[in-house]
Design a protein around this ligand. Structure first.
Ligand code: ZN
Length: 241
C-alpha cells in the first residue's frame, strides 16, 4: 500500500508528490481522502462521495458505507467509460454518485470529483436562488483562474428524490458555467472537481470556506456578494465643515 499522504498535517504533498502517490495506489488515496473529508463533516451519515481518476482508471467508493470505515478492498475500479473492472467482495453497491462523477470526468476532464453533504454547502443553497455569489474574499484565489476581486459564481440545481436523477441538470449547469469547478444542489450539498485530486481538494476547501464565509458575514450584516465600499474595519470619516 502506498504511504498515506494525508497522515501528517505538516506533510502537505506537492503536486508532483501527490501525482506519484495517486499513481502508486489511487484506491488507498481514495480511502484516505474519504476519512479526511469525514473529519471535516462533508461526508457524514454515509452521505456524499468521492472518486479519483488515474492512468485510465476511475476509482469510486461504495454506497451506504460509513466513509471513515471504508477499506481499500471496498473500492470499485472502473474503466474510463464507467464499466466496472474490479468490484469489491461482499455485494457492495457502487456510489449512486457515479453518473454525476462521470459528467465531470467527461465534460471537464476532471482528475477527481468530490460530492459533499457539508452543512455550509446545503445552507448556501437556501440563501441564494439560482447562483451562489461572492467577491472580494481572499479564498476566491484558490479557485483556478479566479482573483480576489473577481465574482465567483456557483450554479445551484434543484434536488431530486434519487441522486442519479441529478445527472442531466448537473450536466446542463457544467455546460452553462465553464468557469465553475462546482455545482450546488438545493437542500443537499455540492459537487466539486479539479484536474487532479490535489486541485479538487483545494477547490473543495476554498468553496466550503466561501460558503461558510458568506453565511457568517450575513449574520454580521456584511454582504460578501458585493464589493466593499470602504476597506473592511475602516469606519467612514465624519466630514467637518
Ligand atoms: Zn448526495
Amino acid at each position: 500500500m502506498a504511504t498515506p499522504v494525508l497522515s501528517s498535517p505538516h506533510a502537505v504533498p506537492t503536486s508532483s508528490a501527490a501525482s506519484s502517490d495517486a499513481r502508486d495506489d489511487p484506491a488507498a488515496l481514495l480511502v484516505e481522502l474519504c476519512r479526511h473529508f469525514y473529519g471535516l463533516g462533508w461526508v457524514s451519515g454515509t452521505g456524499g462521495g468521492m472518486s479519483v481518476r488515474s492512468r485510465g482508471r476511475i476509482y469510486v467508493a461504495p454506497s451506504g458505507v460509513q466513509k471513515e470505515r471504508i477499506q481499500r478492498a471496498d473500492i470499485f475500479e472502473l474503466d474510463e467509460e464507467g464499466r466496472t473492472l474490479v468490484a469489491p467482495p461482499g455485494g457492495l453497491r457502487i456510489s449512486a454518485c457515479l453518473p454525476l462523477f462521470m459528467r465531470a470526468y467527461r465534460m471537464r476532464g476532471a482528475g477527481a470529483v468530490l460530492h459533499s453533504h457539508s452543512i455550509h454547502a446545503m445552507m448556501a443553497t437556501l440563501a441564494f436562488e439560482r447562483e451562489f455569489r461572492v467577491t472580494h474574499c481572499e479564498m476566491i484565489k484558490g479557485i483556478t483562474g479566479m482573483g480576489y476581486r473577481d465574482e465567483l459564481v456557483v450554479p445551484i440545481i434543484e434536488n431530486t428524490d434519487h441522486e442519479c436523477d441529478l445527472a442531466d441538470s448537473l450536466a446542463e449547469a457544467i455546460a452553462a458555467y465553464p468557469k465553475a469547478f462546482a455545482v450546488l444542489v438545493r437542500r443537499h450539498g455540492v459537487y466539486v472537481w479539479g484536474p487532479d485530486w490535489v486541485s479538487a481538494k483545494t477547490h473543495a476547501e476554498c468553496y466550503h470556506y466561501l460558503f461558510e464565509a458568506v453565511l457568517r458575514a450575513r449574520s454580521l450584516g456584511v454582504d460578501l456578494t458585493v464589493a466593499p465600499s470602504v476597506p473592511p474595519g475602516v469606519a467612514p470619516r465624519a466630514h467637518s465643515v
